[in-house]
Design a protein around this ligand. Structure first.
Ligand code: SF4
Length: 647
């Protein structure tokens, strides 16, 4: 097959069996790859209502349809599973080199089932796929694990795997790619539950392109745009996502307020972070290089890629302004393999509950939880990774942690479908922010469509771009926020399915190649046609994006998601005020409009048969229509002593 690797690896860890099958052409054309292929596979293979930490859960890793090609920024690996953090669809999308090298070995997807009796890792070298003993790797931090595997197999391999947090089933453990690239939603704990430490791959085959001349010309044109863009050169390639601190209003002290650029305290400004930077780095074939390499003189250590999210969640939201300590926490999160957002927000919630007296020293084991206390937070991060003491409760992650504490705590869980992202007024950006959190198919999220609906970042790169996007078919969010969000969700779905980075800047040109020349998806259609030899059109791509999104919605319906779970959170102190009640009313009107336009039943939020039929997946309707699924209330939680704990 041109464009794709053409094969899928199925690994049954219980039986220690590997089967390699050809990628079906139909599946490739219907779901492209990456997120699309994973979401489809999970819908087919995961039975509703299972425990995400049981051997029945399925772990999928997939590269995108254009991974490993000459198109830049297409090195994202999509890691998907039933999430142990949320209990619904969980996928993370990580950079690095893994997906490109997996493609070069001739594969598009790895599907892992069962549970090994002892720690294992998977070794892939072109046509060889083996399950190997990982006793010597178990217990290692991510950087140590990657170094050990490179010592065994050579420096030209790529590695996906977990750190101690995944082994200890921390519910927000990440899948780590090549040391520093993290895929969230708790997939790391799924590896741990399967006794799987890592996948190491060497690929030497390259990717066959159907029409190389056209493809390389288009790919070069795309890359040149980034290389010439002044804003990229002067801002994103210099400070990466630290830019967000000046533009994206980080939450402060458990979302007590959101900091404007002039309110940033010393210690969490880009200029403070720059003092620790010693270099920059990037994923496979990226002209942007959004990632910093930083040095921690206090610990005599190095770290990579301190992002907006880690500074806000571990720093600002915990009122911590000790720059070097925040960077140390981010480096610890990478090395233990934990998601910085859930980690930081769970710690901030714990401090907030402690301040309110909802949790006490009895809960914390005598550890005082104080705002701004970096030293204790560093200790707690380690305790979470190994589920020690109070860390065992925090390791359950945000809403689950609040649920364990009790109903008073749960009132302060600002989550949608289990995932944290703070709380926002509905009138902010004409309702898009809150609506996007509500409609995201993996719980509250900023990378499922939100930022693409209002083009703020695009205006910075090219003042003409918003106009081109509108002419290309993106509805104006100021007039039609629901329409703008749906089109933006399509864009993100396609990006995740071709394996392109949505990037440091959350922008259209980064997500959708050549959008500045052929808006919206026409340039992408040309690239896919040239790469694969199949004819893709903009209309076909819209259909593919909707098919993937509706399958994801259907997956969550089977996990008990009802319309009520499209609610957005507010602090209990203000939720009954007339202003907020009016905002909530508007939110539900937008949800109704969204469900109608998505072809779902407006009362139940279940995708309609006729919609699924139009998208060529009527069989999905048989799985969800007129069926009763127990109402979602997060994943099943274990008794505290059942988790692997300590070192
Ligand atoms: S923009 Fe950043 S995250 Fe995206 S591919 Fe480039 S280096 Fe990786």
């Amino acid at each position: 097959m041109y464009g794709w690797g053409g094969r899928v690896i199925y690994v049954d860890l219980t039986r220690e069996k590997v089967v390699v099958q050809p990628l079906s052409e139909t599946e490739a054309k219907m779901y492209l790859g990456g997120r699309g292929l994973n979401s489809y596979r999970l819908f087919k293979m995961v039975k509703p209502g299972i425990d995400p930490l049981s051997p029945e859960n399925v772990l999928c890793l997939a590269n995108g349809a254009l991974a490993g090609t000459a198109l830049s920024m297409t090195s994202r690996t999509e890691i998907s599973s039933l999430s142990p953090l949320s209990g619904i669809l969980g996928d993370g999308n990580a950079g690095g080199e893994f997906s490109a090298i997996l493609k070069h070995a001739g594969y598009d997807q790895i599907v892992i089932t069962g549970r090994a009796s002892k720690p294992k890792y998977i070794w892939i070298e072109d046509d060889t796929v083996e399950i190997r003993d990982a006793s010597d790797l178990w217990g290692l931090k991510v950087s140590e694990m990657v170094d050990t595997l490179r010592d065994i197999h050579g420096d030209d391999i790529a590695v996906a795997g977990i750190g101690p947090a995944g082994e200890h089933l921390v519910r927000f453990a990440t899948t780590m790619i090549d040391k520093y690239h993290s895929g969230a939603r708790g997939t790391g704990a799924v590896w741990g539950s399967k006794n799987l430490k890592a996948i190491a791959v060497r690929g030497t085959k390259g990717v066959e392109i159907a029409d190389p001349e056209t493809f390389f010309k288009l790919a070069k044109e795309d890359e040149e745009w980034f290389k010439k863009n002044e804003f990229i050169k002067k801002i994103y390639s210099v400070i990466g996502t630290h830019y967000g601190l000046l533009a994206w209003y980080p939450g402060w002290k458990y979302f007590e307020k959101y900091l404007g650029p002039e309110e940033l305290p010393e210690g969490i400004r880009p200029v403070d972070l720059a003092k620790y930077e010693v270099g920059r780095t990037q994923c496979f074939s990226c002209p942007v290089s959004c990632k910093d390499v930083y040095k921690l003189p206090r610990w005599n250590e190095y770290g990579v890629s301190s992002e907006f999210e880690s500074i806000y969640a571990l720093g600002a939201n915990n009122a911590i302004t000790d720059t070097e300590a925040i960077l140390k926490m981010e480096q610890m999160a990478d090395d233990y393999g934990m998601d910085v957002i859930t980690l930081g927000d769970t710690l901030a919630m714990a401090k907030f509950l402690y301040e309110k007296g909802i949790i006490t020293d009895t809960d914390t084991g005598g550890i005082p939880l104080k705002w701004g206390d970096a030293e204790t937070q560093i200790k707690l991060i380690e305790m979470i990774a190994y589920r020690e003491g109070f860390g065992n409760k925090l390791a359950e992650g945000y809403r689950n942690f609040a649920k364990i504490i009790g109903p008073e705590a749960l009132k302060y869980s600002y989550d949608v479908k289990g995932l944290s992202r703070g709380w926002y007024h509905v009138d902010f950006l004409n309702g898009i922010f809150t609506l996007a959190h509500a409609t995201s198919t993996r719980g509250a999220d900023h990378l499922r469509g939100r930022s693409w609906a209002y083009w703020e970042n695009d205006r910075n790169m090219d003042p003409e771009l918003p106009l081109k996007l509108l002419e290309g078919g993106l509805p104006d969010y100021r007039k039609d926020p629901v329409g703008a969000l749906i089109v933006s969700e399509r864009a993100c779905t396609l990006t995740d399915s071709i394996g392109r980075c949505k990037g440091s800047i959350n922008s259209w040109p980064q997500a959708i190649p050549l959008v500045w020349k052929y808006p919206l998806f026409k340039g992408l259609a040309k690239l896919l046609t040239a790469a694969t030899g199949y004819e893709f059109t903009e209309e076909k791509l819209v259909e593919i994006a909707d098919r993937i999104y509706l399958i994801e919605m259907a997956f969550n319906v089977r996990q008990g998601i009802k319309k009520k779970h499209y609610a957005v959170p507010f602090p209990p102190e203000i939720i009954n005020t007339p202003k907020v009640q009016a905002e909530i009313k508007r939110h539900w009107e937008m949800v109704d409009e969204y469900l109608k336009r998505r072809g779902c039943d407006v009362e139940t939020a279940v995708p309609k048969r006729e919609t699924l039929k139009k998208l060529g997946i009527e069989w999905v309707a048989d799985e969800i229509e007129n069926k009763e699924f127990p109402e979602w209330d997060g994943p099943p939680l274990w008794p505290p002593d059942k988790y692997p704990r300590g070192r």
